[in-house]
Design a protein around this ligand. Sequence first.
Ligand code: ADP
Ligand code: DP6
Length: 337
Amino acid sequence: MSVFQGAYRAHTNIALIKYWGKANKDLFIPTTSSLSLTLDALYTDTRVTFSNELDADIFYLNNQLRNEAETAKISKFLDMFRQEAGVDLRAKVESVNHVPTAAGLASSSSAFSALAAATRQALNLEDQISDQALSTFARQGSGSATRSIFGGFVEWQKGTTNENSMAVEIDDASWDVGMVIMAINTAEKRVSSREGMAHTMQTSPFYPEWVRQNMIDLERIKAAIAKQDFQLMGEIAEANAMRMHATTMASDPSFTYFEPDTIKAIQAVQDLRATGVLAYYTIDAGPNVKVLCKASQMDEVEAFFAERFKDMNFIQTTAGPGIKPLDRWEYDDGAIL
Ligand code: ADP
Ligand code: DP6
């Protein structure tokens, strides 16, 4: 029996300058570059086992065998690595999300980074595929996964080809940067990011302006990060998120990821800021609101919101690391091999 195994952890990331549209759908080359913060508290663990005793790929997510359509997506992803390694073995993929799936909390970003890294390890491709090159593989599972290969602040340079649309480390974000996530609704969303961005791109008259402005926002936020200017960074991130949602609302037929509590949360952030606390919101393809604040003020920020939103769950997090190999698989007998 030949068995090849790899297991990795990847953390989710939240974009401060958003990716919202593909210039090339097949290769996942985006219309704009984007920039994110990798999060410590939310992550995915994935183990990949290639074996000559399997005649089809199988995929377990959170200990449940997944359907054909989802497995086909995984198979297509594994094919890139099989081709690179010149092998034709099928694999069992086991993945555990420590983040709600498909709720706008970026499960697909950690998912495809962890899968890419575990597969590279299983097939002994470390010498052939650098971390930066790995980000171009992760990209083709889910665009936002490009950025989860690295920790801290990460830029996804849009590039023009399969090889140069990749992640670049910007800053380790160790300067008192935190995030408080207001978990407004963690059920699976109705419109996936993929459908939402395609519909917006096709039908929103604001879309070309979004692309133009995003480039300006990106350059400005990079300068703010380089100066560790928290206020400026937060202001740019907040404006950029709203520009993305405005583009989406202007699509035809119009739609929004916002729920009533999303708007209430936005107002709460504005009220908190009026008390002198540096706190800025960002929102992805879902109703949840992520508040960028100083790591040292996360308790204060959460207490302010908890007062207004009695039953809400909060997740506090600082900046997280890039991909890490797992030396034990804690979900069964703990052994890797
Ligand atoms: P999210 O906001 O959580 O990133 P998306 O709609 O962008 O939501 O992506 C969710 C999709 O990502 C899921 O429907 C699933 O296909 C895929 N996904 C999530 N977690 C995993 C995982 N651990 N392994 C493989 N695919 C995953
Ligand atoms: C709003 O990366 O989930 O979170 O590439 O189609 O898988 P696909 O989309 P995905 O979209 C993320 C959109 C976003 C913004 C961002 O993360 O930059």
